[in-house]
Design a protein around this ligand. Sequence first.
Ligand code: E4P
Length: 284
Amino acid sequence: MKRPSTKMFLDSGDPGETRAVLQTLGFLDGQTTNPTLIAKSPEAAARKERRQPFTNEELWEFYKRVVQEISGLVPQGSISIETYADLTTTAQKMLKQAREFNSWIPNAHIKFPTTAEGLKAAGQALAEGIRVNMTLVFSQSQAAAVYSATTGASRGDVFLSPFIGRLDDIGQQGLDLIKNIQQMYQKGGGHVMVLAASVRSVAHLQSLLNLQADIITAPAKVLLAWTKGEEISTLPQPPLQSIPYEELNLNADWQSFDLHHELTDKGITKFSEDWNSLLQAAVK
Ligand code: E4P
């Protein structure tokens, strides 16, 4: 398999999948994790099954162990570690986690939700030399805010993660968001790298390669099917509504952009619930 110019990341909280993809694909440029993926990783899932919840401290130790194992497997790559946030978590609380996570491995990007609190935390993290990955991006105006709030950072220090599959899920053409952000970012200096996330199929992956996305993160089953020239699902897709391009000024104050998106709020809630489900005594 010829290595594409787009950086290829694995989207997984399971180092076993990192090994399997490295063996088949031959390379990986990085890996993204999130609370849902950590909850699904074999050890956490088995504990949940056994109704043996983690203590708070044990869960952070577990996340650290997983991330360190992945970092050892992809030492030249970037490993994204996501801050725990619910809808009330302050920038200070996210920042405290970011400092701790960044000490776990030498090749971290710390994920913050693309909200006002997340962006405040990310701005301070960057000032302290911590690389960031702004996650749960569903709109061009969120992407403009990230660009503006992080102006001055070096290319590679800021990733922006638009979630294409979740937009498809609500009937919108997620790939249009990537195209629109790329078009808007052409007017800037290029310090933000677009990391296309929530990739559900080989067709998604192929379209993102055609768009020359900076980075793609995809689940193991998508990467493995791609290497075999197969598709993972043959389900017919309902027609998706296109997302129109918006004229936005990247030099405007980041706080002037509309940061709200219902899928961002929904995503934050789901991530926090999945994390908390590992801690609760009465595990479903
Ligand atoms: C990666 O950074 C994202 O958290 C992930 O791609 C989300 O994917 P999903 O929409 O399939 O949960």
